[in-house]
Design a protein around this ligand. Structure first.
Ligand SMILES: *[C@@H]1O[C@H](CO)[C@@H](O)[C@H](O)[C@H]1NC(C)=O
Ligand SMILES: *[C@@H]1O[C@H](CO)[C@@H](O)[C@H](O)[C@H]1NC(C)=O
Ligand SMILES: *[C@@H]1O[C@H](CO)[C@@H](O)[C@H](O)[C@H]1NC(C)=O
Ligand SMILES: *[C@@H]1O[C@H](CO)[C@@H](O)[C@H](O)[C@H]1NC(C)=O
Ligand SMILES: *[C@@H]1O[C@H](CO)[C@@H](O)[C@H](O)[C@H]1NC(C)=O
Ligand SMILES: *[C@@H]1O[C@H](CO)[C@@H](O)[C@H](O)[C@H]1NC(C)=O
Ligand SMILES: *[C@@H]1O[C@H](CO)[C@@H](O)[C@H](O)[C@H]1NC(C)=O
Ligand SMILES: *[C@@H]1O[C@H](CO)[C@@H](O)[C@H](O)[C@H]1NC(C)=O
Length: 911
């Protein structure tokens, strides 16, 4: 009786607590946090999600995007940060040992009116999360991870802008329930979302909250984008139901709305190919099945998964009805750790004894991202910062050292870095010297000068590597601790202008050290018995050995002047505080050569009177030459003379001479000569790419696939520099294989840049279409609007040439139907037959066909007829580098832990 009363009392208490809790979080979904970066008020959106502004955030600035049609309020604002070497972190409170889904989104929207698409890094605590690459103005770039919170705060940081300024539009944190997305690896890896697809979707709109109570965003399979669910098998049909689905039978609780639709392979197979962003690598891949079609009594639906190159994966048979224990229930087989490629083809094929074709309701693939455990001094640094939580330097979140250090520390180079310097000069610090500083074992430098620190100097014996201590210009009291005099590596100690007292330890007065203690009125130097002793000895011996005595006293007076006078004890000017921000621009990219003016006779001599013609192009004839100092040069004699005078020519030339880049042919000088202006370039030993692809060299010594990728990378770099590194931007206008030259080491450089401006008469430039047939951008041809994207088009044609070995027009392998290599290659690319394109001279001389797919895809995008749909050169460069990484990586093995079932006896094929 008493027990049941207390139990019902307890229940009542719990119930009322729950009610209080729910009303307190009225508008907010429990476990959800949505931050509208750059926003300035709180609101609830049409989905019922409650957005909060980030007005408390101390860094960066808010901005509005300039897309008037964007109506989702959270995307209309953003916060952006300086493109410097700092990182900018949002600390988010979380509950430890709880799994979360974290989504960061980025909508550029030309917020800075510069149309420079930013590219920067995203990290989570000490771990690299992703590179954020903005490809266009109006697409929301979204990054998602699932992680297990290991501490009470998780920091999301942006840093390291390669172009533009880092920014962020939203941050969404969704607490997951129970064992959703549990893996055995969760303390070592995050799950980074690569694909989450709702098959048989009824519209292009994604399914999310409130249909998905965890607000996962399930992409519709009807969306059209490059290499997303292509190669669909014939006979693929959408099916859907309105019957309720029991989702509790799936570990990941996929939303009912997603499970109510599916695709079915009426003709026996379902097949798809899609790109998996972030891969190749190891990942978590699960499929979701539910029988939603009314089957006849004798119907069966059994099928197998077929993934090319993964024979072990292909064995288990899926029988949805059996495994889900009936209809309208979820069956969720998958792989906890499977090696997947970037371009991922997969197929479900019905077994011979099955009457129905395969079904697929949904699919989720994540890549494992290693968790970096962070720097070893993180807790000391966090404690230190928490003492000054009002100061903005103390609010820089994230790991102290990783991926890049906070602005006021420097770190060791170790894999798990430690703090090597603390730089907090003139930060208005008050109180005692924070004791956390004395607990940094690898500390080398301390800068705490110019603050208002009081109290005594602490014991630094916990920092044996200390070399430099700056404590000057504070209010420190007490004596100089003996631990400082026994500090083994101390080289510089600055204590001037404090209120220290007591005696200066003698061991600090060493001529190899810098020690400044002036301006401490109560500090006495010790009576120096050693000095007296030396004087006695000297005078005794001195009677007999005068010379020796003189030298000895000289030594003493020298020594005294230097070390024993309090007023003069500043023996070296202290170095200025170290720069807190390091410049990272790589100067080696830019040679410092300036244009030289050659005389006509000089060039005449160098070229032996223009004897050896090594090429001719749109702008003139090129001759080989060798200057007096044995430097090999190429002299271009311009033919297409315009009315421009000598002055304008040299103006243009001086402009040209300021463009220097490792991947642009070096411009050495010029020779103004009426009617025969000349330009002098470095000589490129291995000639043009054209010869190596379609000429004699191609037959004798065909380029390997990796070499082709490197040539593509080099030339993309050169063109990217013209587009983004020069002001005003330079559009090459004549990108083609004969303008890509190869040096001694077969590294490529782009030639003939900046010439169109030099040669063409300005006023007609916009109406005369320049360029070379086969490489000419059709959009430019029709609209006569010249942009960087015209170069991108031409470069795309070059990529096709590198892939196929075919010239742009009328290649032998193109047949009757196709004139242009682009149309022919695109046809084969779209039908999924990449091998039909590959240059036969490559034979099987490539390691990973994924890199070929990647280049083909890039070439297709570059040659889109609409210039706005084409990628930027920076993006193209990134793709090429990814392809190189694929080609250089060891071929991924087929390692998988199948969890289709624990009981192999269900799958006779396994035996
Ligand atoms: C953004 O727009 C709002 C209203 O349209 C305006 O009040 C605000 O000042 C703008 N913010 C910035 C940073 O321009
Ligand atoms: C996060 O946690 C800290 C410390 O518990 C607290 O002061 C702060 O208000 C919390 N922030 C939010 C947004 O809940
Ligand atoms: C989390 O789990 C509890 C109990 O298992 C359930 O009542 C609650 O609805 C779940 N929350 C979500 C968002 O699904
Ligand atoms: C699919 O099967 C149907 C009937 O079995 C047949 O008519 C159709 O041609 C098949 N489609 C393809 C592309 O094989
Ligand atoms: C499925 O339905 C969507 C929308 O109605 C449609 O776009 C898509 O082509 C259909 N897919 C198939 C395989 O029929
Ligand atoms: C997945 O398996 C591979 C190969 O066995 C292993 O190297 C890797 O660490 C595993 N992934 C995770 C996240 O544990
Ligand atoms: C130290 O504090 C005093 C007053 O408390 C103030 O006048 C002075 O500017 C402070 N010095 C520094 C370096 O902040
Ligand atoms: C220095 O810090 C104190 C609090 O410790 C604060 O009141 C004062 O405004 C600060 N002064 C400056 C110049 O930042």
């Amino acid at each position: 009786m008493a027990a049941s009363l207390s139990r019902s009392l307890g229940l009542g208490l719990v119930l009322s607590l729950i009610i209080v809790w729910f009303s307190a979080c009225d508008a907010q979904v429990p476990g959800f946090r949505s931050i509208d970066c750059g926003g300035n008020n709180q609101y609830t959106d049409e989905l019922g999600l409650n957005w909060e502004p980030d007005t408390q955030f101390p860094f960066g600035q808010s901005a509005n995007i300039s897309i008037p049609t964007e109506t989702r309020k959270q995307y209309t604002t953003l916060r952006y940060f300086p493109a410097d070497t700092s990182k900018y972190c949002y600390p988010l409170n979380v509950t430890t040992r709880t799994r979360y889904l974290l989504r960061a989104t980025f909508l550029y929207g030309n917020f800075d009116n510069s149309n420079v698409f930013p590219k920067f890094d995203l990290s989570i605590d000490a771990s690299h999360w992703s590179n954020v690459v903005i490809y266009d103005m109006s697409t929301v770039v979204s990054k998602e991870v699932v992680f297990l919170a290991s501490s009470s705060v998780v920091s999301v940081c942006v840093s390291n802008a390669l172009t533009g300024q880092p920014f962020i539009s939203t941050l969404e944190l969704r607490q997951l329930n129970g064992s959703l997305y549990y893996t055995d690896f969760e303390t070592k890896s995050f799950l980074s979302l690569s694909a989450r697809i709702n098959f048989g979707a009824l519209s292009e709109e994604p399914v999310r909250y409130p249909d998905d109570s965890y607000d996962r965003i399930w992409q519709s399979d009807t969306i059209k984008k490059a290499n997303f669910l292509v190669d669909v098998a014939p006979g693929t049909t959408n099916i859907s139901t309105t019957e309720p689905i029991d989702i509790s039978s799936g570990a990941e609780k996929p939303p009912q709305k997603v499970m109510q639709t599916a695709v079915v392979g009426m003709n026996g197979t379902l097949s798809y190919r899609l790109n998996l962003p972030g891969f190749p690598g190891f990942g978590w891949a699960f499929s979701y099945f539910s029988e939603i079609e009314e089957l006849g009594p004798s119907d069966t639906r059994k099928f197998k998964l077929v993934i090319q190159g993964l024979p072990d994966v292909n064995k288990p048979t899926v029988n949805v009805l059996e495994n889900a224990a009936g209809m309208y229930r979820v069956y969720e087989p998958g792989y906890y750790n499977i090696s997947l490629p970037f371009t991922f083809p997969f197929k479900f094929r019905k077994t011979n004894d099955s009457t129905k074709g395969p079904i697929l309701n949904a699919l989720e693939i994540y890549k494992y991202l290693p968790i970096n455990s962070g720097s070893s001094d993180a807790s000391s640094i966090d404690l230190l910062a928490s003492r000054y939580s009002y100061a903005s330097w103390a609010q820089e979140g994230g790991d102290p050292c990783l991926p890049i250090p906070r602005s006021w520390v420097r770190c060791t180079d170790d894999l798990q870095p430690s703090i090597s310097s603390i730089v907090l000069s003139g930060r208005n610090l008050t109180g005692n010297i924070p004791e956390e500083i004395t607990k940094l074992p690898r500390l080398v430098e301390i800068w705490l000068d110019g603050n208002n620190l009081t109290g005594t100097i602490p014991d630094f014996s916990g920092c044996p590597e200390l070399r430099i201590i700056h404590l000057e210009n504070n209010q420190l009291t007490g004596g100089i601790p003996s631990s400082l005099s026994s500090s083994p590596n101390l080289q510089e100690l600055y204590l001037q202008n404090n209120m220290l007292s007591g005696v200066v330890p003698r061991s600090l007065l060493n001529k190899n050290k810098i020690f400044n203690y002036s301006g401490n009125v109560y500090l006495r130097k010790e009576r120096n018995t050693k000095k007296d002793f030396i004087i006695i000895i000297c005078s005794m011996i001195g009677v007999a050995f005068i010379l020796a005595a003189i030298s000895c006293s000289c030594f003493l007076s020298h020594k005294r002047f230097k070390f024993f006078s309090k007023e003069d004890d500043v023996t070296k000017v202290p170095p200025p505080p170290p720069p807190q921000k390091l410049q990272t621009s790589s100067f080696d990219e830019f040679a410092s050569v300036t244009a030289h003016r050659y005389s006509f006779s000089e060039l005449e001599r160098a070229t032996s009177n223009f004897e050896k013609n090594i090429g001719s192009g749109g702008f003139g004839v090129v001759y080989y030459g060798k200057t007096k100092d044995e430097k090999e040069i190429a002299v271009k004699v311009l033919t297409n003379e315009s009315a421009q005078g000598r002055k304008q020519f040299s103006n243009e030339v001086s402009l040209l001479s300021r463009i220097h880049h490792r991947n642009l042919v070096s411009f050495l000088g010029y020779c103004p000569q009426e009617g025969k202006n000349m330009l002098v370039y470095e000589f490129m030993h291995n000639g043009t790419l054209k010869e190596h692809l379609h000429g004699l060299a191609a037959k004798e010594n065909p380029l390997s696939w990796l070499r082709r990728l490197e040539i593509a990378e080099d030339s993309a770099r050169g063109i990217e520099y013209l587009h983004t590194g020069c002001t005003p931007t330079i559009i090459h206008r004549d990108i083609k294989t004969s303008n890509i030259l190869l040096d001694k080491n077969m590294r490529a450089k782009v030639a003939d840049f900046g010439l169109s401006k030099l040669v063409a008469d300005e006023t007609y430039a916009s109406t005369i279409v320049r360029g070379t047939v086969g490489y000419l951008d059709p959009d430019y041809y029709t609209n006569q609007q010249l942009t960087e994207k015209s170069d991108v088009y031409s470069f795309g044609v070059i990529l096709f040439e590198l892939l196929s070995g075919q010239p742009p027009l009328c290649g032998a392998r193109l047949g009757e139907k196709y004139k242009h290599v682009k149309d022919w290659a695109k046809f084969h690319y779209e039908t999924g037959d990449i091998r039909a394109i590959i240059d036969p001279s490559l034979e099987e001389n490539y390691r990973d066909i994924q890199s070929i797919w990647k280049i083909a895809e890039t070439a297709v995008r570059c040659t889109n007829i609409y210039s706005t749909e084409r990628p930027t050169m920076s993006e193209v460069l990134q793709e090429i580098q990814d392809a190189i990484a694929l080609e250089q990586a060891p071929v991924s093995g087929a390692v998988a832990i199948p969890v289709f079932s624990d009981d192999t006896s269900e799958y006779p094929d396994l035996r």
